[in-house]
Design a protein around this ligand. Structure first.
Ligand code: ATR
Length: 275
């Protein structure tokens, strides 16, 4: 019997850690599968997806810049993908319908709560950024029932749009929007979902947002400390985490969706840290 085939699709794709992560999951669980990386042409994501499934592929992960296209292309979406407006996981259901899921938010929440032991219920959370990455994680974050979620963004209107969009999910959670310079009190948790560091920038936050117990989480990951986390450490933060655990956790959730088995993430995070 041949192994079931999975892949990650993006452009570029050579840097992706997903094949490594899923191979480690397959080894650990004994699931018979192969997982490769596919670079789709920028103008033919749909053709790449159709071809993959037509030749028997079982599931795809989708990464930059195709997550919104994956969402649009699907014949149906899970509830969490629907609200995220983007999909990182595709598969065909029993009737052959292309189905879109989004496991990014679940990955973030699991990394924070399970791997780092951070309590989100009742927490005051500051989220930086209002792009696709933040939209993708807001619903699972709100479902943890924090006391408040403050979305700060360079372009205030985009943060305000997210507040309106997620108002139904925010019942009982104080959800608000502001500019970066406005918050001036310590938060329990600060999550950086901007891509500012890609341009070598930092959101112009007041150091007052960092308290002695503030947990700082950068959704990006890096071999060394990320630019944002270094800034937080310089302000006295004692609990800083990068997004490597989120990357592994979103993969674990995709694996569970496809195979019905949840792999253990910690040993895989450990291996990747030492790669
Ligand atoms: P992604 O899919 O990574 O979220 P995106 O949708 O382009 O990408 O969103 C990028 C986010 O990073 C946005 O919140 C963006 O702010 P704007 O909405 O004002 O564009 C934020 N961002 C990007 N570069 C930034 C910078 N140099 N300083 C601060 N914020 C930045």
């Amino acid at each position: 019997m041949t192994n079931d085939l999975y892949a990650v699709v993006g452009h570029p794709i050579s840097h992706s850690k997903s094949p490594r992560i899923h191979s480690l999951f397959a080894q650990q669980t004994g699931e018979a599968l192969e997982y490769t990386a596919i670079q789709a042409p920028l103008d033919d994501f749909a053709g790449t997806v159709t071809e993959f499934f037509d030749r028997g592929g079982k599931g795809l992960n989708v990464t930059v810049p195709f997550k919104e296209q994956a969402w649009q292309l699907a014949a149906q979406r899970t509830a969490r993908a629907e609200k995220a407006g983007a999909a990182n996981t595709l598969y065909r259901d029993d009737q052959g319908r292309l189905t879109a899921d989004n496991t990014d938010g679940c990955g973030l929440v699991r990394d924070l709560t399970v791997n780092h032991g951070v309590g989100l219920a009742g927490a005051r959370i500051l989220v930086l950024g209002a792009g696709g990455a933040v939209r993708g994680v807001l619903e699972p974050l709100l479902a943890e029932r924090p006391a408040s979620v403050t979305i700060a963004n360079r372009t205030l209107a985009k943060a305000e749009t997210l507040v309106q969009l997620f108002a139904p999910e925010a019942a009982g959670v104080a959800l608000s929007a502001c500019g970066f310079t406005e918050p001036d009190q310590p938060f329990d948790v600060i999550i950086n979902g901007t891509s500012a560091s890609l341009q070598g920038d930092l959101p112009p936050l007041s150091p007052a947002v960092i308290g002695i117990d503030t947990v700082v989480y950068d959704m990006m990951y890096a071999l060394q400390t990320t630019t944002f986390n270094q800034w937080a450490l310089d302000q006295g933060a004692r609990h800083v985490h990068d997004g490597l655990g989120m990357l592994v956790e979103q993969a674990a959730e995709s694996f569970r969706v496809w195979r019905g088995v949840r792999p253990r993430s910690e040993p895989v995070i450990e291996v990747l840290r030492n790669d």
